[in-house]
Design a binder for this molecule. Sequence first.
Ligand code: FAD
Ligand code: NAP
Length: 536
Amino acid sequence: MNAQSSPSQCDAVVVGAGFAGLYQTHLLTKAGYTVRAIEKAPDVGGTWYWNRYPGARCDIESLTYSYSFDEELQRTWKWPQKYAEQPDILRYIQHVADRFDLRKHFTFGTTVESAHFDEKANRWRIRTSGGEELSSQFLVMASGCLSVPLEPRFKGLEKYKGPTYRTSRWPHEGVDFTGKRVAMIGTGSSSIQATPLVAKQAAHLHVFQRTPQFAIPAWNRHYTDEEIKQAHESYDEIRRLARQSEVGISYEAPSIGAKEADKESLRKQLEFAWQRGGYLMLAAYPDLVTDIESNSIVSEWVKEKIRARIKDPDTARRLMPQYPMGAKRLCVDTDYFETFNRDNVTLVDLRDSGIQEFTEKGIRLENGTEYEFDAVVFALGFDAMTGALNAVDIRGRGGLLLRDKWKDGAKNYLGVSTAGFPNLFIITGPGSPSVLYNMVASIEQNCEFTAQTIDYVRKNGYATIEAKPREEKAWSQYVDWISKQTIYTKVKSWYTGGNVGGKHVAFMPYAGGGLTYFEYTRQVVDNGYRGFKLAA
Ligand code: FAD
Ligand code: NAP
């Protein structure tokens, strides 16, 4: 079946062809439902289709940051590196699409522009950029937490004559910066991965930093054949251990908090966590996101490690983060701080003087300093978690627009459902662990919950399922309350929406841990979809 010629009436419309959209489509079609899946990009991959900048790779080990649903798939796929590069992750996703024959359900190069719930028919009416009108009982938004990049909105940008690039929309043919004077704007995870590689090529690189970030070395390396063989043989154990953790990654940590540890055991444990590297530095002790004192002990220790990587004391001072480690998503780097030891790299600290405007040749700061560049790279981040949902004209009962409902916060039940929007499912939405968990595992859980729920609705002869307003209120208050027990609310970040002008600021993911969330959703199902209203 070719999606282009497939019926406009179907059981479910799935939006997105990333890890989530593909798995959701696989689950629903395997269960016998007709699915029309729509993707803006010309092919599968989602995040890994769009983000092709130099150095792009995962920050959770590939053996874990991969699908677990198919034994044969995980036992046959060979990850070349501990943290796979974007081309390898994209190759993996393409392989999954081929292996399970998923492309035939997709219409690519097409955007879902609107989705209106027809209360008389109990169906979603969906309009695409291709002019097609689809009608489905269920709508699954697998549209991504980090899929709507922030536009560069600098005064005078239209005057700038040189080429500009966005990390999130990198040219497929790559960019050669050899001999070029380059500006990198932003110092989040994307920039931290791209900066060392751009610096190696460019004649000179200026990095414009507004907020210094914590980054932990990845210690990335190629896997040996023996390691891959062993991993394939012990995959059940790898997944079992990952599922036992609140973040979906297996790791060892002491049971006491950092502030309770004596000096010597603290040093040993932090050294161990540092050598292990990556995102798990935040799991060196179990209380780092909940206890500011423990966090501060570890943050200071990590800052010392960072300081030791930078030769110039003034540059080191400027690169030092000033917030609790992990409050902004912890970055994972390869040679980021060492890059500032290069003669052809200059840090521009925007806390001294911000960007006034772009000129024909480059950038002028508020203090009048001017820079000339042959190329500019924007690594400005995303309208996270709600961006892709609010970009679509989604209307529920009474014509209520989702983005209006959410203007004072993304109220939802379990992150997957929102009251007044029947038969709408959101994968890794605000209110679910999503970005605080290994995302692929988070996606698998949400997709399985959605498929199971759709099956329940259909097999029991219901027409609709939707969150009850009372449960939604309770869940949203609980998500908010939990976030206030953590360090996450101590700083402006994309987790809170604080990186987007005018967006309601509130911590969006569920910070109570994956295990707790999964158990809670299990109980909801076991109790006949407690908190949901089912109607015939
Ligand atoms: P996406 O991969 O974002 O896919 C959503 C798709 O929906 C996109 O292709 C988009 O084009 C499409 N879409 C959106 N709206 C519409 C519409 N209206 N109509 C049609 N199509 C639409 N997470 C981790 O856990 N570990 C990592 O190491 C990691 N690394 C990352 C690196 C980068 C550079 C970025 C940006 C994110 C990273 N993430 C990581 C988060 C990452 O987004 C998730 O891990 C995962 O890939 C998300 O999959 P998804 O299918 O939910 O969404
Ligand atoms: P980000 O973390 O939001 O970083 C954006 C950067 O741009 C920040 O330094 C921000 O400064 C800066 N910025 C934004 N607007 C600016 C302006 N007008 N002027 C100057 N600076 C500006 O975005 P990201 O780096 O794309 O990463 C987003 C998330 O995607 C990550 O946190 C992670 O979850 C995921 N990701 C993962 C990896 C990985 O390692 N696997 C790689 C890339 C992305 P402020 O901090 O001051 O706002």
